[in-house]
Design a protein around this ligand. Structure first.
Ligand code: UGA
Length: 446
């Protein structure tokens, strides 16, 4: 349905959850002129936020929060019930982790709904912003037990690292609800952004979120599979991307080959998509294939690194005694998030194969001296890239931090024991690496 905005009026908003989605939503809505109270169950986090400390690495978020607090349009409280009493609109931005069977665990959403149900003012609107299975708006309605309160779905499309930019410059805003007046009221919150606003029923909005993440994961798995094919036939994936990306029906976005997709969203949402489809009698085999290609991609990177070390993966403990200098631990650049990081998964496999690993990531310096991983136990951390490269047989770039594009390659070559560099993000110019006396291998590059 097309949406014509009503004359703009600031609203009183509560946001439950101060993670990267809740905090970004709170700060950006406040910066647009709304009056926002943001709640979290963690008193320590709230205390830090009140002192102007942002608990996550997220570009621009600190400035927007500080500005909104100074303008008295944003405040932080402990507990959902304390935030919602005066709110016209309440956003639920709590985690929906993955259950053992791949489905989304709704216990945080249900707990939040139970807490706010008795306190909401008559006529309030509750908005699901968390990524929730189709049908969750109805679940929240049931838990709230308030016939005078409407529930709508308003999925977020915020990338970690660029969440503030994405919130303020969306490609579209999607609002799904069966109560049209409630959906319009939520749509009006966004009218200062001058963006396309799509109003749908709740099930369609919930499906849009999963379909968007599933499609983006599919694009990445597709290009990673094409990169594998390029290596087999002697083609260059950069040229292939240029050649297909200039077709406007395909586009260039999300076609960067790499170590596979990770993070707090794609792995969880792609598995949930398969699980939701199965619950409704549809075998989403294409999405299963997308996940399978992603799992293979990690193993392909491990085999690549073993080859660079001159080892055969068919052996027992094929990397025994091999020293690896790993550059990057987070699932992508611009965030300190290690959840489902391909980098950690690859390092786990290498550790299980006997490798000795020293890793560097700009977000762990001074904060952590060790990182816990599944198989490896604890991982040794260096304070800079040269520290990780020191004594290494193979240096591997795993996360695309811009500083790795500026590596002093001669210095890297000098401190290494071996002479191989594996670039799983295709960041470096192979010629420059070779000029420094190192062997180079990227992903799908000739
Ligand atoms: C993703 C979506 O992009 C957001 O729109 C969505 O709102 C969010 O999930 C969510 O559901 O909350 P995010 O997980 O922050 O955002 O990260 P992306 O930038 O999408 O990257 C996901 C993974 O794909 C990363 O591991 C990244 O390195 C990888 N990737 C991305 C590639 O390997 N190649 C690409 O071309 C793009």
């Amino acid at each position: 349905m097309e949406f014509d905005a009503d004359p703009w009026e600031p609203a009183t908003v509560a946001v439950v959850g101060a993670g990267y989605v809740g905090l970004t939503t709170s700060a950006c809505l406040a910066s647009m002129g709304h009056d926002v109270t943001c709640a979290d169950i963690d008193p320590e986090k709230i205390e830090r936020l009140r002192n102007g400390e942002i608990p996550i690495v997220e570009a621009g978020l600190g400035e927007v929060v500080v500005h909104a607090v100074a303008a008295d349009r944003l405040r932080f409280v402990v507990g959902a019930a304390a935030a919602v009493a005066d709110a016209d609109i309440v956003f639920l931005c709590v985690p929906t982790p993955q259950d053992e069977d791949g489905s989304a665990d709704l216990s945080y959403i249900e707990a939040a709904a139970r807490q706010i149900g008795p306190v909401l003012r008559p006529g309030a609107i509750v908005v699901n912003k968390s990524t929730v299975p189709v049908g969750s708006a109805r679940v929240v309605e049931r838990v709230l037990q308030r016939s005078d309160v409407s529930v709508v779905s308003n999925p977020e499309f915020l990338r970690e690292g660029t969440a503030v930019f994405d919130f303020l410059h969306p490609d579209r805003v999607v609002i799904g609800g069966d109560d049209e007046a409630a959906a319009r009221a939520v749509a009006n919150l966004y009218s200062p952004l001058n963006t396309e606003i799509l109003i749908t029923d709740a099930a369609s909005a919930e499906t849009i979120k999963y379909a968007a993440n599933g499609f983006l994961a599919m694009k990445i798995s597709f290009i990673n599979a094409v990169a594998a094919m390029c290596e087999a036939v002697g083609a260059d994936v950069a040229d292939v991307i240029e050649g297909i990306g200039s077709d406007h029906r395909i586009g260039r976005a999300f076609l960067r080959p790499g170590p596979g997709w990770g993070g707090s969203c794609f792995p969880k949402d792609s598995r949930a998509l398969v699980s939701i489809a199965a619950d409704h009698g549809y075998d989403f085999s294409m999405m299963r294939g997308v996940i399978e290609v992603n799992d293979e991609q990690r193993l392909r990177m491990v085999a690549k690194i073993a080859r660079a070390a001159g080892r055969d993966m068919a052996l027992d403990l094929p990397l025994d005694g091999v020293a690896i200098g790993a550059l990057g631990l987070t699932f992508k650049a611009g965030t300190d998030d290690l959840r489902e990081s391909p980098s950690l998964a690859i390092l786990d496999h290498m550790a299980a194969a006997g490798a000795e690993i020293t890793a560097y990531d700009p977000t762990t310096v001074g904060v952590l001296d060790r990182v816990q991983t599944d198989r490896l136990g604890t991982l040794r951390l260096a304070n800079d890239a040269l520290g990780a490269a020191n004594g290494a047989d193979v240096v591997v770039i795993l996360t695309e931090w811009p500083e790795f594009a500026e590596l002093d390659l001669d210095a890297v070559a000098r401190v290494m024991r071996g002479c191989s560099l594996v670039d799983t993000r295709n960041m470096l110019d192979p010629g420059s690496v070779r000029s420094a006396g190192l062997d180079y291998d990227g992903v799908g590059r000739r």
